[in-house]
Design a protein around this ligand. Structure first.
Ligand SMILES: Cc1ncc(C[n+]2csc(CCOP(=O)(O)OP(=O)(O)O)c2C)c(N)n1
Ligand SMILES: [Mg+2]
Length: 96
């Protein structure tokens, strides 16, 4: 999120959208609070597959068994709401 925060400060009239995995967001989720505190209108789309995908890929491509890449995530929508952000949780790709 640091990049998006910097981009939104620099280009305040433009829309900044972060597309991020659950693992990546978890590593820097405190920065969401910074974005809210500074009233930055950044949109964050979190792809939650409950795993550290690149690490699993590295392990498998190196011939190692999969080890500790599954994530037990908090409710990201609840987290962002508690931080003061607006949030929508999407469970199905349809618009209904
Ligand atoms: C502080 C920090 N930033 C970035 C990385 C690089 N990194 C390695 S694994 C990972 C997360 C991957 O999981 P996820 O974002 O959920 O990817 P996906 O499951 O969608 O493939 C990141 C960001 C790191 N290890 N540490
Ligand atoms: Mg993931």
């Amino acid at each position: 999120m640091a990049g998006e925060i910097g981009a939104q400060f620099k280009y305040s009239a433009r829309q900044v959208i972060a597309l991020i995995g659950d693992g990546g967001f978890s590593m820097l989720m405190q920065e969401f609070m910074t974005a809210v505190n500074r009233k930055l209108p950044i949109k964050v789309i979190i792809f939650n597959n409950a795993k550290l995908g690149p690490i699993q890929l590295e392990q498998e491509s190196s011939g190692y068994p999969n080890y500790t890449t599954a994530l037990k995530n908090p409710g990201f929508a609840d987290f962002t709401r508690l931080c003061g952000g607006e949030r929508w949780r999407v469970e199905r790709p349809s618009s209904e």
